[in-house]
Every structure is written in structure tokens, then in C-alpha cells.
Design a protein around this ligand. Structure first.
Ligand SMILES: C[S@@+](CC[C@H](N)C(=O)[O-])C[C@H]1O[C@@H](n2cnc3c(N)ncnc32)[C@H](O)[C@@H]1O
Length: 348
């Protein structure tokens, strides 16, 4: 590891390390150099590139390459991804970099991983320019978000929503996601721009933090992709008593919009299947059990089920409403809940 990486690893883990716990044993990990270890199960947790604690058991060469980028390179990659999204040609040297990180393939088209990075770059821009998170941030600020807040964003991608919040003096912003490339991208992007956001790779189904670690937990359009009962129980577990949970989810009305905008029969068929599967899981409330890295199928929830689940987890639901409706179907839900007391949260 080069000296710069060692320094930035210490910086990344400073403060975070004491709250990083073995997701199974719940014991705080003993952290040494660029790896952590659970004293009970001996689970070993590497910090990818010396800076990104990785609880996913996955390896990702592109993520490691992104973390090792020289200063300033990420800005070029962001510009190149934006040019590709706009249907323009990026500069040849920028395109070569994207090929090296496997964000685009040899023909210059975005790879599956590249589409994920591209989504987060576009979301970052959209959120920085206002967009949907403005309302979410307003809700959080009305509910105690401010200096000293410890905020976890579950399924936070490249940290776009946390960065939109701006600095939190005396507090911390932690972005957790499953996707190593996106996290690596977000980590380098944030640190190049002097933003104090910490990044952790793990599944929402086993959050690698000690109980009551955070004052605010947010999950913006991530819950649909997770095993909802498991992820909700974990989010409440890491929330301190009186802490605030803020969720937004997609509803079937969102898919109606996607279906209407489909380009061609293949895309239309794929979106119809997604919507039908998500609705079936949503209506029955049954999702496949989460495996280590399982996405459990994208699923909708209903306001009633979400409310019941949060109540069972000893939360007071302050707000739960459809954001808008399309042909009578909710496009999404916005939910704000407070963890009630210090007792152990139940099952969702
Ligand atoms: C639709 S994106 C939303 C990203 C971000 N919250 C935003 O507002 O732009 C959903 C995110 O959830 C992440 N995700 C899906 N399943 C997950 C899981 N089980 N654990 C952690 N993150 C997960 C995906 O990798 C993706 O980054």
C-alpha cells in the first residue's frame, strides 16, 4: 500500500472503526492496519484499497483500480460518463480510462457495471440540482438533522444524498451499499472534492454496526431491492432510541411510467415482468429469504404493511404517504418513523 493510501485509510476508519461490528456476532471488530477481525467467529474483513471496509465477501478489480486512481482522475471519468449519457463522445483519453475500469466495453458502450455507475452520476447531478431529495432533507432537518447527527444511508450508492446534505459538523455521514464499484467511485469522488463521507460495503440484511450507532438512518428508493422485513429490522437496530428513520420507496405507479416509456418490445416485456413480479411479492408480502448478497427480487410494499412492520419494530410512524399517484396507483411512498425506546426492536 502506498503511503497516501495508508493515511487516507486511517482517516476513513477514524471514528468509523469503533462502530464497525461483526454483522453476525455483533462484536466490535478489532481493526489493525487494513483489516478487521471478529474475536468470536474470527471473521476477517478487508479494507479494499486500504480505505473501503468490505463486508460483502466479494472482490472487485474495478473497484480496487478506482480506489487507486491518481487525484483528479475521477473528475475526468465523471465527465466522460456524463458525455456518454448525453449521447456525446468523451475525450479519447477519458474513454480509455473508462475501459480500464470496465465501465465501458471495447466498443465504447456502458457495461452493466458502467450503467450502475452512470445511474449514480446522473442521480448525483439531479440531486445536487434540487430534485426529489430536497423534500427528504427538509423532513430530516425538521426532525433533528443538524450538527452532531450520525447519519447512515442504506443503499446510498455513490453517496449522492449524503453529499447533497452538506457537511455535518461534529457528526458523520456513512454510505453503505452492496455495489463495490459504485462505492469506490463515490469514495474517490467525495475525497477528491474534500467531502467527509465514509463508505462501507455490506448488505442491508446484516448491517456491520453496533446497536444504536446512528441518530438518523435513511434509505432512498433502496428498500424495494432488499428483503424488506430483514432490512427494516436492521435499520431500526442501528438507530438510537429517539432516532429517526426516513424511507422512500417506489410503488407500482412508478413502473407504469417506466412501461409507458419503454423503447421497443423487449424493454416493454422486461418491465411488464418486473412490475408483475414486484406486485406479486408486494401483495403477498412474501419475498425469497435473503442470501449473503441476494437482492431478493424487487418488490413493492403497501402503506399498511410498512406501518405494521415499523410498529412491530417499536417505531412511531410520524408520516407515511404516497408521494403521488398514477392511474390511482402510488408512484412511491415517503415514510418517517422514530424508534420509540431502548428495548430491543422486535421482528418486522
Ligand atoms: C435505486 S438505487 C438508489 C440509490 C440512492 N439511494 C439514491 O437515492 O440515488 C438502489 C441502491 O440500493 C443498493 N442495494 C440493493 N440491494 C441492497 C442490499 N441488500 N444491501 C445494500 N444495498 C443494496 C443498490 O446497489 C443501489 O445502489
Amino acid at each position: 500500500m502506498v503511503e497516501k493510501d495508508a493515511d487516507s485509510m486511517r482517516e476513513t476508519l477514524a471514528g468509523l472503526a469503533d462502530g464497525l461490528a461483526c454483522p453476525r456476532c455483533r462484536l466490535v471488530l478489532a481493526w489493525r492496519d487494513d483489516r478487521g477481525r471478529c474475536s468470536r467467529c474470527e471473521r476477517f474483513v478487508p479494507a479494499l484499497g486500504g480505505t473501503l471496509p468490505n463486508f460483502t465477501d466479494a472482490e472487485d478489480a474495478s473497484a480496487a483500480a478506482i480506489l487507486a486512481l491518481p487525484d483528479g482522475a475521477i473528475g475526468r471519468a465523471v465527465r466522460a460518463v456524463q458525455a456518454l449519457r448525453a449521447g456525446e463522445s468523451p475525450l479519447p483519453e477519458d474513454l480509455a480510462k473508462l475501459q480500464e475500469f470496465r465501465i465501458v466495453d471495447a466498443s465504447g458502450a456502458l457495461t452493466a457495471m458502467g450503467r450502475a455507475v452512470s445511474y449514480h452520476v446522473a442521480e448525483f447531478r439531479r440531486q445536487a440540482e434540487g430534485g426529489a431529495p430536497a423534500r427528504l432533507l427538509e423532513l430530516l432537518r425538521e426532525n433533528g438533522l443538524g450538527p452532531g447527527s450520525r447519519i447512515l444511508d442504506v443503499g446510498g450508492g455513490a453517496g449522492q444524498t449524503l453529499r447533497r446534505m452538506g457537511p455535518v459538523p461534529g457528526g458523520e455521514r456513512v454510505c453503505l451499499d452492496l455495489d463495490l464499484t459504485t462505492l469506490a467511485f463515490g469514495r474517490r469522488w467525495a475525497s477528491d472534492e474534500g467531502e467527509d463521507v465514509r463508505f462501507v460495503a455490506a448488505t442491508a440484511h446484516e448491517l456491520p454496526f453496533r446497536d444504536a450507532r446512528f441518530s438518523h438512518v435513511i434509505c432512498r428508493v433502496g428498500l424495494n431491492y432488499m428483503h424488506q422485513a430483514t432490512a427494516l429490522a436492521e435499520m431500526v437496530r442501528v438507530l438510537e432510541p429517539g432516532g429517526v428513520l426516513c424511507l422512500t420507496t417506489e410503488g407500482p405507479g412508478f413502473d407504469l411510467g417506466l412501461i409507458a416509456r419503454s423503447r421497443g418490445p423487449r424493454e416493454l416485456a422486461g418491465r411488464l415482468v418486473d412490475a408483475a413480479y414486484g406486485s406479486l411479492l408486494g401483495l403477498t408480502g412474501r419475498q425469497p429469504a435473503p442470501g449473503g448478497r441476494s437482492h431478493c427480487g424487487r418488490s413493492f410494499s403497501t402503506a399498511g404493511r410498512l406501518r405494521r412492520q415499523l410498529r412491530r419494530l417499536r417505531c412511531d410512524v410520524l408520516r407515511l404517504a404516497a408521494t403521488r399517484r398514477r392511474v390511482g396507483l402510488p408512484v412511491g411512498f415517503e415514510c418517517l418513523a422514530v424508534r420509540r425506546d431502548g428495548g430491543p426492536p422486535g421482528k418486522a
